[in-house]
Design a protein around this ligand. Structure first.
Ligand code: B16
Ligand code: MG
Length: 219
């Protein structure tokens, strides 16, 4: 028999590819401090909070700044990031995300967002998906960053579904670890070599069949 489960989606790298905008904004900021910043380093910032991302960039560049400047740099980065976000459209939703969301809605499943981003609501509004989510847990609601399970546990609570009845879609290693720590089914979206700790791994949502979803609902 099919059960009601909770489906929790990460945002950046799962629903939309905003990593490219984070990269441009962090790169400009790093360059202004004469720190080099590569796409490989950007990979390591996926799922990582804004504060921790800046700390890491400063560490890589061997640069220390007073607290006031640190806060200014965070604001500067976010302002540039918001400029990119403001131009986003529905065209930037990753392939078959809408198909999977619609499949879950037709099956009367509970859907939440579980993101580290403090800009999550703006992004969901820009790509016109905000109405698909019954709960939105983002960087404004959590005190502990992934791999801590807090973001997903709050999501489960808001959906009123037990954690072990929840399924998480994630593109970052820290996010998969957070889902596993929350005792949820973890589904990695991305490279199997990177996301090997996940219970299931797909390159993207086009590979997820309705049969796979049905199996999740009956197990
Ligand atoms: P913001 P996710 C994360 O989102 C990003 O992957 C990460 O690169 C970013 O630093 C973090 O959000 C904070 O974002 O600066 O917008 O608050 O993957 O957890 O949806
Ligand atoms: Mg992500």
């Amino acid at each position: 028999m099919e059960q009601k489960k909770g489906f929790i989606f990460d945002l950046d790298g799962v629903i939309v590819d905003t990593a490219k905008y984070h990269f441009l904004a962090w790169q400009n900021l790093a360059n202004s401090l004469s720190i080099s910043f590569t796409e490989e380093q950007n990979e390591q910032l996926k799922g990582v909070s804004r504060v921790r991302s800046l700390e890491k960039i400063l560490e890589w560049g061997n640069v220390t700044v007073p607290e006031e400047q640190f806060n200014q740099l965070m604001t500067q980065k976010n302002e540039e990031y918001l400029e990119y976000i403001s131009k986003m459209t529905t065209n930037e939703i990753l392939p078959d995300v809408v198909r999977i969301l619609e499949t879950l809605i037709v099956k009367n499943q509970a859907i939440a967002l579980g993101s580290a981003s403090k800009n999550a609501r703006i992004i969901l509004e820009k790509v016109n998906l905000i109405d698909k989510f019954q709960a939105i847990v983002d960087g404004t609601n959590v005190t502990k960053a992934k791999p801590d399970p807090e973001v997903f546990l709050i999501g489960a609570k808001e959906l009123n579904i037990e954690p072990n009845q929840c399924v998480v879609f994630e593109d970052s290693v820290a996010g998969i670890q957070a889902a596993n720590a929350a005792n949820m089914i973890s589904i990695g979206i991305g490279d199997a070599k990177v996301l090997h700790e996940a219970d299931h791994i797909f390159n993207d949502f086009t590979e997820i069949t309705e049969e796979f979803i049905n199996n999740l609902l009956t197990n």
